[in-house]
Write a protein that binds this ligand. Structure first.
Ligand code: PPS
Length: 591
C-alpha cells in the first residue's frame, strides 16, 4: 500500500510541477522511496536545520504548551498580517517623526542632507577601502536591492528590524526562507532554492535577503540583481562569545561545562568539530561568512588564513558594521543606502537582561581571543577600517552630529512608544504576540507599548518592537498568503490530533486536503502548488519521525523543553528550550 501511495504521489507531483523544475529523479531517490518521507525530491534536497538535534531524543512533547503556543502564534500572525496589509506604500509615520524631531531640534542647527560634503564624500585614499559613497554622490537613489549577512549575536536582529520595516513599508520583496522557516537552513551553505518562490519561479524579483544563512557568494548572486548592496556586522568576539555561551548553552560543546571559563581552561575539550551545532563554539563569524573556521595550527597558518578571510569578506561586502559602534554604523549605513534618519531609527532588540550576563575576567577575555583567533583578526581589521572609512567619507564631526540626531530621535521614540520608556523582562511583556523568543539560558527582553496610541503611531511603534520571528512570519504571510494559510491549517490539525488515536490518520488526510485546496483554488499559483506538495510531504515525512518537529512545517508551532545538564544553578530551575533555534514560544512557560 505504501509503495503504491509513493508512486502515486511522485507521479502527481511530476505532472503538477511546472516544466522548468522537472528533473530526472536520481537513483538514490528511488532507493529512498522505501522510506515514505523521502518521496519528494524537494524534501530530499531541503537541508535540515541542525538546531533541532540539540534536543535530546525521546523527550516528550508537552501538548498543552504547544496548543497554547499555537494560539499565541495565530494571534501574532493575524496582527502582523493586518499590520503589513494596512501599510501604504509610503510610510505615513515619517512626517510624524520628522515633526517630533524637528520640534526637539528647532533651536539647533539642522544637518543639511544636501550638504555637498555629505553627499560627495572625498574619495578614499586607501586602495583596499571598498566603501565609497562616490556613486551615491551623483544619484543618491535609495538602494532597494540589499543583502545583509545576519551574523550571530552581533545586534543583527536590530538591523533586521530596520530592513524589515523599510522593505515592508516600501512593498519590497524579501527573499524569505522556504516553508516558513525562520532561517535559510543555517548552518548548511546557502543555496538559492532555499528561498520561497525560487524553485517555483513565482517571484520575479527579490529585493532584500537578510535571514540567518551560511554565506555563499555564488548562490546569493544567482538570486540577487547585479546592483545589490552587500553588508554585514561584526562584534568583538569576547562579548560575542559570552553572549553565545549563554544562548547556546545546550550545544554539545557547552552543555558539559559549567562556565565559559571552564570551557576555555580545558582547552575546549568538549569541542568536537564533527558534532552538529558545535560551530557556534569557535570562530562563528568566519563560519557565517561561509569560510573555513577550523582553528589554525600555528602562527604562520593563522597569518595566512586570517588574511584570506579578510580578503574574502572585503571582496564580497563593501560595508562591514561594528556592533560596539552601533549608532555610528547606522549613520554609515544610512549614507550607503541613501536612506533617511527615520529609516534607520530603531530600538535594541534581542537583548539579554542583566541577570543572564556573566562578566568575564581579563584572563578569560584573552583566552576567548586566542580560541577565536580567526574571528579576532577579522574583527580587529574591520574595526580599524571602519574608522578609516568614516574619516575618508563623512568625517568625525558630521558623523557625531548625525549620531546625536539619531540618539535624540530614539529617545523621542522611546517616550512616544514604550511603556516605562525601555525594555522589560519577557515575563512582563503583556502582549504575548510580541514576546521575543527565549532560548538557552538567556533571558531576552521585550517591550510594552504605551496604551492609547493613535493608529499611525501604534503601527509605527509596533513594528519597531516586533521580534524577528513574528515579523518574519508576518512578511511570509504577506508575500505568500495561501501557503501561509495552508501551513497554519496543517499545523493546527497536527497539534490538535497529536494526542489522539486519530493522529496518524489526520496527518495522512492533510495530504488530501492540500490537494483539494490546490484543485479548488484557481488563483493558486503553480509556485504555491508545488510548495503545498512540499508541505504535504513534510507532514507525511514527519509521520516517520520520533519527533516530527525535526523537518515538519509545524516547527513554528512546536516546542520541547529540556533541562540543561550543567550550569545547574542557573538552568535547571527553569526549562531550557533547546528544540529549535528561534522558534517562538510562550516564554512565560519557561519560568
Ligand atoms: N543597538 C544595539 N547595540 C548594541 N548591541 C545590540 C543592539 N541591539 C542588540 N544588541 C545586542 O546584540 C545581541 C543579539 O544579537 P543578534 O540579534 O545578532 O542575535 S541572534 O544571533 O540573532 O540571536 C545581544 O547581545 P547580548 O545582550 O550580549 O546577548 C543584544 O544585546
Amino acid at each position: 500500500a505504501r509503495s503504491s501511495k509513493v508512486l502515486k504521489l511522485v507521479s502527481e507531483q511530476l505532472v503538477r510541477m511546472p516544466a522548468g523544475i522537472h528533473r530526472p529523479v536520481k537513483r538514490i531517490d528511488w532507493e529512498n522511496l522505501r522510506n515514505l518521507w523521502s518521496v519528494s525530491p524537494a524534501i530530499v534536497e531541503e537541508p535540515v536545520d541542525q538546531h533541532y538535534f540539540i534536543q535530546r531524543r525521546g523527550e516528550s512533547v508537552n501538548p498543552h504548551l504547544e496548543e497554547k503556543r499555537d494560539q499565541v502564534l495565530e494571534i501574532a500572525r493575524k496582527k502582523l498580517t493586518s499590520i503589513t496589509k494596512a501599510v501604504p506604500a509610503i510610510e505615513p509615520n515619517k512626517l510624524l517623526l520628522d515633526q517630533e524631531v524637528a520640534k526637539q531640534f528647532q533651536h539647533q542647527p539642522d544637518i543639511d542632507e544636501n550638504d555637498p560634503e555629505i553627499q560627495k564624500p572625498p574619495p578614499s585614499d586607501n586602495d583596499t577601502d571598498k566603501y565609497t559613497l562616490k556613486s551615491e554622490a551623483v544619484t543618491c537613489q535609495p538602494k532597494k536591492h540589499i543583502v545583509f549577512l545576519k551574523t550571530h549575536k552581533t545586534a543583527s536582529s536590530t538591523i533586521l528590524n530596520i530592513l524589515y520595516r523599510y522593505g515592508d513599508s516600501h512593498n519590497l520583496t524579501f527573499a524569505l526562507p522556504l516553508n516558513m522557516h525562520s532561517q535559510l537552513f543555517y548552518p548548511t551553505f546557502f543555496a538559492a532554492h532555499f528561498v520561497e518562490g525560487v524553485r517555483t519561479r513565482s517571484v520575479k524579483e527579490f529585493h532584500i535577503l537578510c535571514n540567518h544563512m551560511r554565506f555563499s557568494s555564488q548562490e546569493v548572486r544567482k538570486l540577487m540583481p547585479k546592483d545589490t548592496f552587500y553588508f554585514s556586522i561584526l562584534r568583538n568576539p569576547v562579548e560575542m562569545m559570552e553572549s553565545l555561551f549563554v544562548y547556546y548553552k545546550a550545544i554539545p560543546a557547552f552543555r558539559v561545562v559549567k562556565s565559559l571559563d571552564e570551557f576555555l581552561i580545558q582547552g575546549g575539550r568538549s569541542y568536537n568539530t564533527s558534532v552538529p551545532n558545535n560551530h557556534y563554539a569557535r570562530n562563528i563569524l568566519t563560519f557565517d561568512f561561509g569560510l573555513d573556521n577550523t582553528a589554525p595550527v600555528n602562527d604562520t597558518d593563522l597569518d595566512r588564513r586570517s588574511a584570506e578571510v579578510i580578503t574574502a569578506v572585503e571582496r564580497d561586502f563593501p560595508l562591514i558594521l561594528i556592533s560596539e559602534y552601533f549608532d555610528e554604523s547606522l549613520v554609515l549605513l544610512k549614507h550607503a543606502l541613501c536612506w533617511s534618519l527615520d529609516d534607520i531609527s530603531s530600538f535594541r532588540l534581542n537583548s539579554r537582561s542583566e541577570r543572564s550576563r556573566r562578566p568575564l575576567s581579563a584572563e578569560t577575555a584573552e583566552r576567548v581571543k586566542q580560541w577565536n583567533s580567526l574571528d579576532w583578526r577579522l574583527y580587529q581589521h574591520f574595526n580599524a577600517t571602519f574608522w578609516k572609512r568614516i574619516d575618508s567619507t563623512l568625517g568625525r564631526t558630521k558623523l557625531q552630529r548625525e549620531v546625536e540626531l539619531l540618539r535624540a530621535k530614539r529617545v523621542k521614540l522611546e517616550q512616544m512608544c514604550l511603556q516605562g520608556g525601555g525594555a522589560v523582562d519577557p515575563a512582563q511583556v503583556k502582549d504575548s504576540s510580541l514576546k521575543p523568543f527565549q532560548y538557552g539560558a538567556a533571558v531576552i527582553q521585550g517591550y510594552n507599548l504605551r496604551p492609547g496610541l493613535n493608529n499611525d503611531t501604534f503601527r509605527l511603534c509596533q513594528r519597531l518592537i516586533t521580534p524577528e520571528l513574528q515579523y518574519t512570519s508576518g512578511l511570509y504571510t504577506k508575500q505568500f498568503p495561501q501557503l501561509a494559510a495552508a501551513r497554519v491549517a496543517a499545523a493546527k490539525k497536527i497539534a490538535a490530533s497529536r494526542n489522539s488515536a486519530m493522529h496518524r490518520a489526520v496527518k495522512r488526510n492533510i495530504e488530501t486536503s492540500v490537494h483539494i485546496a490546490v484543485t479548488n483554488n484557481t488563483n493558486t499559483a503553480i509556485a504555491d502548488e508545488h510548495s503545498l506538495h512540499v508541505l504535504a510531504n513534510s507532514v507525511v515525512h514527519s509521520e516517520r519521525q520520533d519527533s516530527f518537529e525535526v523537518h515538519s512545517v509545524t516547527k513554528h508551532h512546536t516546542n520541547k523543553e529540556i533541562t540543561g545538564n550543567s550550569d545547574k544553578n542557573s538552568t535547571q530551575e527553569r526549562a531550557i528550550n533547546s528544540n529549535v533555534h528561534k522558534e517562538p514560544q510562550e516564554s512565560a512557560s519557561l519560568r
